[in-house]
Design a protein around this ligand. Structure first.
Ligand SMILES: [Zn+2]
Length: 180
């Protein structure tokens, strides 16, 4: 699942993909509470990822949505969340859509945005197929670091792709991250 398109850092060996500095910056902005800039940075990354890394684009839209909502731009944030979740559904990644959507619903409710939370819950329910195919994930998920050591993105065990029983792929940059 390692994609070799795009540039590698000079001197970097092995199969870890290059980490876009803009992704590190976006994660930093979010971590620092600079939500308005983080929302713009993630939106730009999400749009850029649609062609090159379509499997990462939905999560970048979700981060753009989170950041916009944390900045108080609720309507725009919901639009980004809807786009990210709809993309996951279109890609057939229903387990991830459900898990990521559930996290969004909880965060919206925690901020008192219950109408918006209901809207997202409805979107998820409307996109779940009658009989959902099970996506591969280990039976017992190991503990992952909370943030990707390469790009700084926040990792959630039920949203990442698992490469094997111990190794997950970072949702945002595609680096392999080992759990214990
Ligand atoms: Zn990463």
């Amino acid at each position: 699942m390692f994609r070799r398109r795009g540039g590698f850092r000079p001197g970097r060996r092995g199969f870890a993909p290059a980490i876009p500095p803009r992704l590190q910056r976006a994660n930093q902005l979010l971590a620092n509470g600079n939500y308005a800039e983080a929302a713009l940075a993630f939106l730009e990354l999400a749009r850029g990822a649609e062609d090159r890394f379509p499997e990462r684009a939905p999560f970048l839209y979700l981060q753009a949505g989170r950041a916009a909502i944390l900045d108080g731009q609720t309507q725009m944030g919901i639009a980004h969340l809807r786009r990210g979740l709809t993309m996951l559904g279109t890609q057939g990644r229903f387990v991830r859509m459900q898990n990521a959507g559930q996290h969004a619903v909880e965060e919206l409710n925690a901020r008192g945005l219950s109408a918006e939370a209901a809207e997202i819950a409805e979107l998820i329910n409307g996109n779940i197929p009658q009989r959902s195919e099970h996506e591969t994930s280990p039976a017992r998920k190991p503990t992952l670091p909370t943030h990707c050591p390469n790009c700084g993105g926040s990792l959630r065990p039920d949203e990442v792709e698992w490469l094997d029983d111990l190794t997950a792929e970072c949702t945002y940059c595609g680096s392999p991250v080992r759990g214990d």
